[in-house]
Design a protein around this ligand. Structure first.
Ligand code: GLY
Ligand code: MN
Length: 430
């Protein structure tokens, strides 16, 4: 198990959050629940990221209540955890006790989760909890047909207290989570180091005739061996034309001599993500055409990295990349400058070969919830991931680093990892 994160991070996160609540508010959060798989199985438990951000607690059946104006000081912050259950402890292992929960989270008042609704009742009818802030997952393009425990919790709370005012925690938490603290940067750097190690292992092991899943197994070995909990997202290990499928994750094809292989991988460490993409030749040597395509992407990447500075935006990164890649695509003979002049502006030609966004925030989630209009500021961590996908040639290339915004140049969290063609070929020769 990962060593815990010092609780000062969660203490500070709660204080920053509470400072933004209007007077006489109470904010309530529920932990995630285990997701059913099939038969009598559940998917491995993963805490809801906002709940973790505020508590550091990785348990189900838990609640957090924050009522900054409540007159009784020890009830302004309460963590509720599952009461001890001997049968559960026998089958699933030791349960978290109140003292340990207090130590992990820094919350001084810890109660059993069976007391949550009655405590909330007291607070919302006290005159010091007139506005109830509820947590919801607000990610514009995410579609999910499953009703989450957070959604049920919202419904239940609103049914119990229909006459109260309500607020959303998401805008506050999204803004806070965009800027990483020192502790978070350190963990994400460690996660990137582990992911980088896994990539180095791929450089040593990939060869024609292997299967994508064998390469994935090498990556997972390094992740687990270095105390990461696993993948931060479904890993992409894509040989040849599979790399043109943007979220390919079957990872079950044989690797052909002469093809490229694209990795988009990232371990999760202490619930924090890393996100790396590299593309390498399966036989250790780029063909001229592959090298030309690769260098086109790499040149553009080097240009746009300069834009990861305070005041920059994801929109600016995207638009600049598309413009530069369009020029590179002309040089690669994918279309002509004349074709571009005549193109339908709603369907630009470059979109056939580069159809995704170039950057996202990284933190407790690989794609952290964001305010996409907020300019970059020191402490933000974003991916930089231009790509080029030429399906008809079986060439799919993406190169991705994670960048920490500073007051000056960004810090590359994958600094030193082989990226240039010569570096990749030299590492594969060893
Ligand atoms: N790592 C996958 C993605 O950024 O979409
Ligand atoms: Mn990414």
């Amino acid at each position: 198990m990962n060593t815990p994160i010092p609780n000062r991070l969660f203490v500070r996160n709660r204080a920053n959050f509470a400072a933004q609540l209007p007077p006489k508010s109470v904010a309530v959060f529920t932990a995630n629940e285990p997701m059913p798989r099939n038969g009598d199985q559940f998917f491995p438990f993963r805490q809801q990221s906002d709940f973790f951000y505020l508590t550091g607690i990785n348990e189900e059946n838990a609640f957090l209540l924050i009522a900054p104006d409540y007159p009784i000081e020890e009830l302004r912050e309460i963590l509720f955890i599952e009461p001890y259950d001997e049968v559960k402890a026998t089958w699933q292992g030791e349960m978290l006790d109140n003292a340990h929960a207090a130590e992990l989270s820094g919350v001084k008042t810890v109660k059993g989760s069976d007391a949550f609704w009655s405590v909330l009742n007291d607070i919302v009818f006290s005159g010091y909890g007139d506005t109830i802030f509820l947590n919801s997952y607000e990610y514009p393009k995410y579609e999910c047909n499953t009703e989450t425990i957070q959604q049920r919790f919202v419904k239940k709370t609103k049914a119990l207290y229909p006459m109260h005012n309500y607020g959303r925690t998401a805008p506050i938490l999204n803004a806070l989570r965009m800027v990483k603290s020192e502790e978070e940067i350190k963990i994400i750097q460690q996660a990137c180091d582990i992911t980088g190690k896994a990539f180095r292992r791929c450089l040593e092991t990939v060869k024609p005739g292997m299967n994508e899943f064998e390469v994935q197994a090498e990556i997972e070995y390094i992740f687990k061996r270095n105390n990461a909990s696993g993948h931060a997202f479904a890993p992409i290990v894509a040989g040849g034309k599979n790399a043109c499928c943007l979220h390919y994750s079957k990872n079950q094809s044989l690797l052909d001599e002469g093809d490229l292989i694209l990795f988009d991988i990232g371990c999760e460490l202490k619930n924090y993500s890393s996100d790396l993409s590299r593309t390498i030749p399966i036989n250790g040597k780029f063909t001229q055409r592959q090298a030309d395509c690769y260098n086109a992407v790499r040149r553009v990447m080097k240009e746009i990295i300069k834009l990861y500075r305070p005041g920059g935006t994801i929109n600016q990164i995207n638009e600049t990349t598309y413009k530069l890649m369009e020029q590179e695509m002309i040089k690669l003979g994918l279309f002509t400058a004349e074709d571009v002049k005549k193109q339908n502006p709603d369907k630009p030609l470059y979109k056939k070969y580069l159809m995704h966004g170039i950057s996202h925030h990284i933190g407790l989630d690989d794609h952290d919830n964001i305010d996409k209009f907020k300019p970059f500021a020191p402490g933000m961590i974003l991916s930089c991931e231009p790509g080029l996908y030429i399906r008809e040639e079986g060439i799919g290339i993406r190169i991705e680093d994670d960048l920490l915004i500073t007051y000056g140049e960004p810090i590359n969290l994958f600094e030193g990892l082989p990226t240039e063609i010569e570096e990749i070929e030299a590492a594969m020769k060893k």
